[in-house]
Design a protein around this ligand. Structure first.
Ligand code: AMP
Ligand code: MG
Length: 319
């Protein structure tokens, strides 16, 4: 679809959710809310619809999609090889912000896997998403933004990037988590490919074995999507590790927007450093034409909020 009207549907009426499911079954693209960020849905078994997702987002073809399901049983639709570990994680964390990478069934289109022999799967913890998925069947749904931009956490963000490029959007209000799911692979050993709100420690507890965290230089090999520059506002980000550095930048750039988890009235308005509002702050900076954003993220906070720190690092990366 190109430059046509994007139909606005409301997640609080069953009729609209049914219409969204019908559109998806017809191979159309529908954005929908999840607890993490808004997803751009397309039928997981329809290669043509999946190709339109890449086109609408401007997403590189080798960046695989995450399939979304509405029950643990549906794992079998996507993989012939659901291991005991995978089942343990699904039982512990589904529905929730965890994506599990599994060997892909031969019927899964290559458009969903980015040409890999594995498929990433999750079950979102959102009543509208679950209701939609139970009618539409599995959907591939990357974040509903233009590739490289901050992920969308409400319908206005989605429309900013994709109005006229997708068939419909299902309004479910604000996403509560606000950053993307944790992605974990299990073969040959458990490894977090993208950090999220479900931590390595939580996964270790369920599996009863150590879980690695993929290092920056391994991103391209382990998880194709992680090699691309991501989550970026138009403004320049300045990452500070100490209060002193933050003060210095704030004095040097008095017009800058500031993000910090520490309260101080010295430098005007400061936006909070937290996952649920981070992308909204970046997008509002762009709307206001802000040129610089100064972020205070201390060493201690980097340990407490690894997923948020990962998104900021990715936004700063030159790739
Ligand atoms: P997004 O859809 O924008 O949330 O991005 C999906 C993320 O999941 C990207 O970082 C992908 O690299 C990762 N991913 C999806 N499928 C796989 C897979 N089969 N193996 C490894 N990583 C994957
Ligand atoms: Mg994304």
């Amino acid at each position: 679809m190109s430059d046509q009207h994007t139909l606005r549907l409301f997640g609080n009426t069953m009729q609209d959710i049914e219409l969204a499911a019908l559109l998806l079954k017809q191979g159309k693209l529908v954005a929908f809310p999840t607890e993490t960020v808004y997803g751009l849905g397309a039928s997981a078994f329809n290669p043509e619809a999946l190709r339109k997702v890449f086109e609408a987002k401007g997403r590189p073809a080798d960046n695989p999609l995450i399939a979304h399901i509405s029950s643990i049983d549906e794992l079998e639709l996507l993989s012939d090889d659901v291991s005991d570990d995978a089942r343990k994680l699904a039982e512990a964390f589904f529905p929730g912000p965890l994506t599990i990478v599994l060997p892909a069934k031969s019927t899964v289109p290559k458009e969903a896997t980015g040409g890999l022999d594995t498929i990433a799967v999750r079950m979102p913890n959102h009543p509208i998403a679950l209701s939609l998925l139970s009618m539409s069947g599995p959907l591939c749904a990357p974040s509903a933004n233009v590739s490289g931009r901050p992920s969308p956490t409400n319908v206005y963000h989605v429309l900013e990037d994709l109005d006229g490029k997708i068939d419909a959007i299902l309004d479910g209000g604000q996403c509560t988590v606000g950053i993307e799911s944790t992605v974990v692979r299990l073969i040959p050993t458990p490894m977090i490919l993208r950090p999220g709100m479900i931590s390595a420690e939580q996964i270790e507890k369920v599996l009863g074995k150590p879980v690695g965290i993929v290092q920056k230089h391994e991103h391209a090999i382990q998880s194709p999507g992680m090699k691309y520059r991501h989550y970026s506002p138009k403004a320049l980000l300045h990452l500070c590790g100490t209060h002193e550095e933050f003060e210095l930048f704030s004095r040097r750039l008095p017009q800058a927007m500031k993000i910090s988890g520490h309260v101080t009235t010295q430098f005007g308005d400061i936006f909070p450093l937290k996952e649920s509002t981070y992308y909204d702050i970046l997008r509002s900076a762009d709307i206001k034409g802000v040129k610089d954003i100064i972020i205070l993220f201390t060493e201690e906070e980097r340990i407490q909020k690894p997923a948020l720190f990962n998104r900021i690092e990715k936004a700063l990366s030159k790739e």
